[in-house]
Design a binder for this molecule. Sequence first.
Ligand code: IPM
Ligand code: MG
Length: 352
Amino acid sequence: MKIAILPGDGIGPEITKQAVDVLKALNVATELVEAPIGGAGYEKFGDPLPDSTLDLAIKSDAILLGAVGDWKFDALPRDKRPEQGLLRIRKGLNLFANLRPAILYPELVGASSLKSEIVSNLDIMIVRELTGDIYFGQPRGIHTNENGEREGINTMRYSESEIKRIAHVAFHIAMKRSKKLCSIDKANVLETTELWRQIMIDLSKEYPEVELTHMYVDNAAMQLIKNPKQFDVLVTGNIFGDILSDEASMLTGSIGMLPSASLDSNNKGMYEPSHGSAPDIAGKNIANPLATILSLAMMFRYTFNDEKNAKKIEAAVKKALSRGFRTADIYSAGDKKVSCSEMGEAVIASLN
Ligand code: IPM
Ligand code: MG
């Protein structure tokens, strides 16, 4: 198995290193090849997604990505900014299905901003469409309009086939879990999501065992805080999924705990933490590497079909937490405060 390692920017390199060390400790035969993306790609090759990096990603079985972005690149033209590297690799590899599980480890109940009875045992799966919607819709840009003033334009659009393929992914996941699927839209206002809802309803006939419900995104944002355990699998478009998954991450104590998988139709995938590059703490060795390590577990589960190693990594994370190890973002008085690399070592020490 060939794995492309794309550390990226900010805390990306330090968290990726911990996941790579866990991977090496598993003694699975893999070929690891590293390449720059985001600001690192721009600095080395003048492009946030250098051709050589895209080429490597295409030729690999899976990709492990850290994070992209740094304020120092904010003044660059949009097509040179780090985020474009991420969006282009998602689009270029057709990674349309983004799975973001929000799981609250019992050890972290106190780290959640909500009362323990609201969040204890939380385990939800957000299925976010990742290659369509307002993120990619044309026309877009900043123009001067007929009144001579500047106007910003983005276009929310989804084709039927794009909606269908993410719907199938979500129904399949729901079948493997509690058979409850909640589709999030804004069908009361946006036609794009009215179509989304119609297609969800049509396809639900192919999955009679799954109980499909619908919720407007504003209400979903509220319900996630009010009573998150009413949800099991959520499916939604790119922009709503971006926002709701950040919200859901806080239920689990820290955004530093949320892994993700971005899959194509053959389960080739890119695995990355759901959080960003946190340039303010980059290089300080204090970031939480667990979301990246848990993303590695997802790589074993979804791309390598190796549930055993996926579970092994997840169990090691759990064990490191139950031994009291905490990075700063999940620390509370009485815990053992550790650095990013010490957390990585604690997970490796807990593998067996
Ligand atoms: C995410 C991030 C990205 C997104 C950014 C960095 C482009 O927020 O993966 O959720 O908006 O998708
Ligand atoms: Mg986001």
